[in-house]
Write a protein that binds this ligand. Structure first.
Ligand SMILES: NC(=O)c1ccc[n+]([C@@H]2O[C@H](COP(=O)([O-])OP(=O)(O)OC[C@H]3O[C@@H](n4cnc5c(N)ncnc54)[C@H](O)[C@@H]3O)[C@@H](O)[C@H]2O)c1
Ligand SMILES: O=C[C@H](O)CS(=O)(=O)O
Length: 473
């Protein structure tokens, strides 16, 4: 792990294996850190804060720019590491590394546009000024499904704002974070500004949420864990960003371009084998076009090439672990027991391990687990609707509110439906919505706060109001 500019073992000397989810074979081992290591990291971040926050935004941006250049130069190696620890196809891993780099590039510039303001004072004897100040020592806890992009989506704005940070990557996928840390060091990031602690999530998380020197936690992961971390942060009143679970609807209206809808559906459903927080969870298709849409989806899903992500032609990798695989089987059994109809897939893949067949299932109803829970796997679940009002009601019938999608060619409908959907992000006639320039985040039980865009850096800034008196004297 990286603590105070030094690469070191865990206090207890323990180490834990990192395994390729496609084969189950160990590919590396990393320190099994605990609360002692987390405290060292927080102390290092606190010690580095003063000099880092007093750097000019331009100087911080230049170091971030060098980091961006190094990440892009190492893109192939980083992609190989990512696929080996997470399983996604190498083409998707390359895209994720480029996405990770794009946040560094974006915030290298955003840091130089942290503007304040003056306010017309009610008294001529005063001048009122609003400044933006870095929050201070931050913590980031990141998930396994995007082990590279979820790290820079937090670290880049934090550093650009003048904060220092401690990152705890997911125990399944720590290598990408460590590799990014090594490149940040090469870029000239001072010791202690970025610290990466691997190991026991509960022990490390207990320090990151409980230490009063940590002023902010940014978390990406399940809603269940987000609630727990929020509770743990309450006694020290930390700033929080929560990017949590989702249950994305994908509505296909009767006037949609069906070919475009199917292409968008495939991108929004099967990326990362369905293991993204904004993957489609519920396809809601107008009854007039449901049969044609489902048939095209099934044909395309059956053609997806399943295999080890390091093989160039592979389009679907394994699920992250056996628990995820068992969840797919359980959801399919629950749905078919309740009357749903499989068009393709639905079973363990012939490759064995944690591979699951790309699946399309229809006649899905709201009582099924497929409708109520986050699938987080390669199952396309299709239900039908009769009219726009019913589609909106079905789409909003969830406690989640991260991403939604719909296809229609009716301009008035685009505005009516877009504004009626209770989600932080809505894809309209597209299935790909994530990029560094747009505010990524949700509402309701999908969390709060935004990452990327000009809003992302505000998560790492506090407002300070200066009131200067005695002007008339
Ligand atoms: N909204 C988003 O941007 C987004 C992005 C990716 C994943 N997710 C969500 O995350 C979930 C899948 O990811 P996951 O399985 O890694 O989620 P998870 O909540 O199990 O783990 C996420 C991170 O939290 C850590 N963690 C877990 N329990 C902890 C504890 N008690 N104390 C401290 N840290 C703890 C894990 O080690 C990991 O680093 C899905 O629900 C998915 O929708 C959301
Ligand atoms: O899991 C969702 C992440 O936010 C990755 S992406 O933004 O969808 O690429």
């Amino acid at each position: 792990m990286l603590v105070n500019g030094a690469w070191r073992s865990a206090h207890g000397g323990a180490a834990t294996a990192v395994c390729d989810p496609a084969t189950g074979k160990k590919v590396a081992q990393v320190p099994q850190g605990d609360d002692r290591d987390a405290r060292d990291a927080v102390d290092a971040a606190a010690a580095a804060l003063r000099s880092w926050r007093t750097c000019s935004a331009k100087d911080r941006g230049q170091i971030l720019r060098r980091w961006y250049d190094l990440v892009m130069a190492a893109r192939e190696d980083l992609a190989q590491i990512l696929t080996l620890e997470q399983g996604k196809p190498i083409a998707e891993a390359r895209a994720e590394v480029a996405s990770a780099a794009s946040f560094i590039d974006w915030f290298a510039e955003e840091g130089r546009r942290v503007y304040g303001e003056t306010i017309p004072a009610p008294s001529t004897d005063q001048r009122l000024v609003v400044c933006k100040q870095p929050v201070g020592v931050c913590a980031a806890i990141t998930p396994w499904n995007f082990p590279s992009a979820m790290v820079t989506r937090k670290v880049a704005p934090a550093l650009a704002a003048g904060c220092t940070i401690v990152v705890k990557p997911a125990e399944q996928t720590p290598l990408s974070a460590l590799a990014l840390g090594a490149l940040a060091e090469q870029a000239g990031l001072p010791a202690g500004v970025l610290n990466i602690v691997t190991g026991d999530p509960v022990a490390i998380g207990g320090v990151l949420t409980g230490d009063p020197n940590v002023r902010k936690l940014s978390f990406t992961g399940s809603t269940k864990t987000g609630r727990l971390l929020m509770e743990q942060c309450a006694p020290t009143l930390k700033r929080l960003s929560m990017e949590l679970g989702g249950n994305a609807p994908f509505i296909v209206f009767e006037d949609a371009d069906l070919d475009a809808a199917v292409q968008g559906a495939l991108a929004a459903k099967y990326r990362n084998s369905g293991q993204t927080c904004i993957c489609v969870n519920r396809f809601l298709v107008h009854e007039q076009v449901a049969q044609a849409f489902a048939a095209r989806m099934a044909k395309a899903a059956e053609a997806l090439r399943v295999g080890h992500g390091c093989e160039e032609s592979v389009e679907q990798g394994p699920l992250i672990d056996a628990q995820a695989l068992a969840k797919m089987e359980s959801m399919i059994l629950d749905a078919t027991d309740r009357g749903a109809r499989l068009l393709c897939g639905g079973k363990l893949h012939a490759m064995g391990g944690t591979f699951f067949q790309p699946t399309v299932i229809t006649d899905v109803t709201p009582d099924m687990a497929l409708s109520r829970e986050e699938i987080f796997g390669p199952i396309a679940s299709i239900a039908t609707f009769r009219n726009e009002e019913e589609a909106i009601a079905m789409a909003n019938a969830t406690e989640y509110g991260l991403a939604a999608y719909f296809y229609s060619r009716d301009m008035a409908r685009l505005w009516r439906v877009g504004n009626a959907l209770e989600y932080g992000m809505v894809g309209i006639n597209t299935g790909l919505i994530a990029n560094e320039t747009a505010p990524f985040g949700g509402v309701k039980q999908s969390g709060f706060g935004r990452e990327g865009s000009r809003y992302g850096i505000e998560e790492y800034l506090d407002i300070q109001y200066l009131c200067v008196g005695g002007i008339d004297s």
